[in-house]
Design a protein around this ligand. Structure first.
Ligand code: NDP
Length: 401
């Protein structure tokens, strides 16, 4: 495979195509398509400046399956990398099946009117992709994505199974704005305002959103408050690692972020059901997104580091061991390299690496796969060489929190 079509000219898409262009031996022909052509052209100019590579651009509404299938055929793409929004996942999977090409994304499908974060819609494509001899890789960002691959790597090389897993996502960066989200505000706010759920002893345990707070001392960042949240990879991890006793997801937020979200929620601005305003239906959260800073404009302003990883405990021979495996990423270094902040970088790079795994034929079994189901080794090597080096340390038991 040589030819890729990337859909979505946002923060993540902007990073992924620069990193793809840095590997002309893998990605020989790159097209970036999105709803707004001018955004694709701006990104193409950035790719040319930084790498000397010319990429093609196109306008597409990814909800239009026939038009997308026609674009896939016209470009000759063999793989579609979906870096648009979760709402487009099923339409893009349909277009891939129609045009007979492979698929990869970074976030699970969501209906616009229901923030459910469930995989069943996409898992239902298993037979169709298998029958067509095509591969769909779901969730090849950082979380989901790298954190699930970290777990598979630990299970393959360090432990005989996973008993406890905590995914810890820390953004220690500061963009100087009173309130701005690091990736698409609509998706980000839908995630943080959802009821927190974690998996424990064979059941989901629910906690009201943003109520369980723990201080944790993150490597290279220092102490931050992290909050228990639901995140989509918990569903696939507990399904694909059936031995897991407890799986939780934590994300750090500063007090100012929490205060803003609380006020916005209390006054109804995070609602995703339509309200009538001057005779026209609007979705308050979509309106809010329109007035908040665009995360792709935050690159030049953001300073500090991210630290994202897993703490995993499980059996190892007769003993039980605990490992902390993580990556540290610096916002300013990311900006210097590709022109984006670390949250877009830590998602765009794994999307590029996942696509490279497919282009090289390493991850190409027909069917629909989450990243923890795939062999982690080649992906883990490329993280080290392509900007997201990782470290693994043994801890003295699973931290109690
Ligand atoms: P942005 O909002 O910055 O970019 C999304 C892009 O998709 C925009 O360019 C938008 O177009 C385009 N788009 C939206 N609808 C359509 C459509 N119908 N047809 C074609 N293009 C469309 O989002 P991000 O870059 O921040 O995020 C991209 C994806 O990555 C999201 O799915 C997000 O959930 C996921 N993500 C995953 C993470 C992980 O670690 N796994 C972490 C962070 C994000 P327009 O410019 O016209 O609005």
């Amino acid at each position: 495979m040589k030819n890729v079509l990337v859909v979505g000219a946002g923060g993540v898409g902007a990073v992924a195509v620069v990193k793809m262009a840095m590997h002309p031996e893998i990605f020989q022909d790159i097209t970036l398509a999105s709803r707004t052509l001018s955004k694709c052209d701006e990104i193409a100019a950035n790719v040319k400046t930084r790498t000397g590579v010319e990429i093609k651009t196109a306008q597409i509404d990814a909800m239009d399956v026939a038009a997308t299938a026609a674009l896939i055929r016209e470009t000759g793409a063999e793989l579609v990398v979906n870096l648009a929004l979760p709402y487009q996942d099923l339409a893009l999977m349909d277009a891939c099946l129609e045009a007979g090409v492979h698929y990869l994304d970074t976030a699970n499908y969501e209906p616009e009117d229901d923030a459910k974060f469930e995989y069943h819609w996409q898992w239902a494509y298993q037979d169709r992709f298998k029958k067509a001899g095509l591969t769909a890789i779901l969730g090849s960002g950082f979380d989901p994505g790298v954190t699930s691959i970290f777990a598979t790597w630990i299970r393959k090389h360090k432990l005989d199974g996973i008993r406890l897993i905590d995914v810890l996502d820390c953004n220690g960066g500061d963009n100087g704005k009173p309130f701005a989200t690091n990736f698409n505000p609509e998706i980000n706010i839908r995630e943080v305002t959802a009821v927190a759920r974690h998996w424990e002893n064979g059941d989901w345990v629910e906690t009201p959103a943003m109520t369980r707070k723990v201080a944790f001392d993150f490597p290279a960042v220092g102490e931050k408050n992290m909050y228990l949240m639901y995140h989509e990879e918990l569903e696939s991890l507990k399904t694909h690692f059936p031995e897991v006793e407890r799986a939780r997801f934590w994300m750090t937020f500063g007090d100012a972020y929490i205060n803003h979200v609380t006020v916005l929620q209390n006054i109804g601005m995070t609602r995703i059901d339509p309200v009538v305003y001057e005779g026209k239906e609007i979705i308050p959260l979509q309106f809010l997104k329109a007035v908040l800073p665009d995360p792709s404009d935050l690159g030049a302003l953001t300073k500090g580091k991210t630290c994202i990883g897993d703490i995993i405990t499980g059996p190892s021979g007769d003993a039980e061991k605990t490992y902390y495996i993580y990556n540290i990423c610096d916002h300013e270094e990311c900006y210097a390299e590709v022109g984006s902040q670390a949250v877009a970088y830590t998602t765009g790079v794994p999307a590029m690496i996942g696509a490279a795994m497919m282009m090289k034929g390493i991850w190409l079994d027909p069917g629909v796969w989450n990243t923890e189901q795939l062999d982690p080794d080649a992906f883990m090597e490329m993280l080290n060489t392509d900007g997201l080096p990782w470290q693994v340390v043994e801890l003295d038991g699973h931290p109690v929190f």
